[in-house]
Design a protein around this ligand. Structure first.
Ligand code: GLU
Length: 460
């Protein structure tokens, strides 16, 4: 059975790069009928917090990625890790190292004077003497001293790590007894039965160390997939400056979870030239073996394009709910279907959509001065006033289009003579969705009131 895991370190919020990794892990596990586990790597008590761990869980809920089983918190497992450190000590595969900080510094200086790579020299590897007094030892693992560690990565292909260039007997437990990062990752992946590790390629250099630990315990080595980074359009690492990087900011900016998942699945993976993927299609076609080898660039235009697509697709009921957090409640609006249909074509985000809806459902408080200057003349004012009068005399029973066209004909005027001023009266600017739709949604009573309001403002 395929078992994947997402293993974030909770230092702040869930980064979209992290969400992409989680999505890949999720898709692969679900596609294979396996399991997708969530492990919070919170052993760095100074940098990790419960709030940050909760923020990750909240982001998962928002996008709808369900993990299997209980969340594993590494901070609850220190005792367990200790037993595994002890096992290696007992088996002679790890040893206590009593080197002081001063000794280590001296060694580093000597090595750098000889232009050598700083590397622990193994001086306690076979130590049998009496330990120096008062020094709490660290525990180091006996790593291979030479040769190659070969990784068969599902994305990078075969990667060779030359032991002499990058390994030494690295520390698996600090002098205060706490286990180190690579040790706990490996123990947990093995104990949780993880078969496929999909993670960012910033972890590639940790992998040979983890392989040393797998081998020390005779644990089966999982398949690894090291996913290239997401870059900004300038080819640099994506950062806050490039826009939102916190998953929950996307919700605040009015993006839909399906937009974000669709966007992320394509950032580094493709299926022909298809851009729009339902969850079912992702599950059908995703395969970590076909993740791109090169880094992918974040593209805000595409994100907006996808969001506009999904805003057009989803149900009216859902849109009505999505508007509420943006302070717009149209659940009781008599013409909400038409209102939504008229505007959803134009909105790229729910936030933008909310502003448009607000513009229609509330009479404008001010008018775009440039538009007023340009479009309102004594003729248009007279025409607008006559239109309002006609509405006042008898509320039309026919639709806005039929009524307005008949009115214009009776005046020997054209729609272009009236429409800009009418738009200003309705929404405060000369730009709006199709004017007849706007009139219908607003309703003739309010149309009249809005015209009156504009005319009286112009008088002042
Ligand atoms: N905790 C690590 C991180 O947040 C990931 C570890 C892993 O996936 O192996 O970057």
């Amino acid at each position: 059975m395929v078992i994947t895991r997402f293993a974030p370190s909770p230092t702040g919020y869930l980064h979209i790069g992290g969400l992409r990794t989680a999505l890949y892990c999720y898709l692969w596990a679900r596609k294979c009928g396996g399991k997708f586990l969530l492990r919070i790597e919170d052993t760095d008590l100074a940098r990790n917090s419960k709030e940050a761990a909760d923020a990750i869980v909240e982001a998962f809920k928002w996008v709808g990625l369900a993990h299997d089983g209980e969340i594993v918190y590494q901070s609850n497992r220190f005792e367990l890790y200790k037993t595994y450190v002890q096992q290696l000590l007992d088996e002679g595969k790890a040893y206590k190292c009593y080197m002081s900080k001063e000794e280590l510094d001296t060694l580093r200086e000597e090595q750098s004077a000889r232009k050598e790579r700083p590397r622990y020299d193994g001086r306690y590897r076979d130590f049998t003497g009496t330990p120096p007094h008062g020094v709490e030892p660290v525990i180091r693992i006996k790593a291979p001293l030479e040769g190659m560690i070969v990784l068969h990565d599902g994305i990078k292909g075969e990667v060779h790590f030359n032991v002499a260039d990058m390994l030494d007997d690295f520390i698996i437990a600090r002098s205060d007894g706490t286990p180190t990062y690579n040790f706990v990752v490996t123990i947990d992946d093995a104990l949780m039965g993880v078969t496929d590790v999909i993670r960012g390629d910033d972890h590639l250099s940790n992998t040979p160390k983890q392989i040393v630990i797998y081998n020390a315990f005779d644990f089966a080595i999982p398949k690894f997939f090291h996913v290239p980074m997401i870059l900004n359009p300038d080819g640099k690492k994506l950062s806050k400056r490039d826009g939102a990087t916190d998953v929950m900011d996307y919700e605040k900016e009015g993006f839909l979870p399906e937009t974000l998942l669709n966007f992320l699945v394509r950032l580094g993976w493709s299926h022909g030239d298809q851009e729009i993927f339902s969850m079912e299609e992702m599950l059908e076609w995703f395969d970590p073996n076909s993740i791109n080898k090169s880094a992918s660039a974040y593209n805000q235009e595409k994100l907006l394009w996808l969001n506009a697509h999904y805003i057009k697709e989803i149900s009216i009921e859902r849109l009505v709910e999505l508007l509420k957090p943006f302070g717009v409640d149209i659940s009781l609006h008599g013409n909400k279907e038409r209102l939504v249909e008229m505007l959803r074509e134009r909105a790229k985000t729910i936030k933008e959509f909310a502003v448009m809806v607000q513009q229609i459902i509330e009479a404008p408080n001010s008018y775009d001065e440039v538009a007023v200057q340009k479009c309102i003349t004594s003729e248009t004012k007279a025409l607008l006033s006559a239109y309002q009068e006609a509405l006042h005399v008898s509320t039309p029973t026919q639709g806005a289009e039929v009524f307005t066209k008949a009115f214009l004909e009776s005046k020997g005027a054209k729609l272009k003579d009236l429409a800009p001023a009418l738009r200003i009266a309705m929404v405060g600017t000369a730009v709006s969705p199709a004017i007849f739709d706007v009139l219908e949604v607003i309703g003739f009573n309010d149309v009249q009131e809005r015209i009156q309001k504009l005319l009286s403002t112009l008088k002042e």
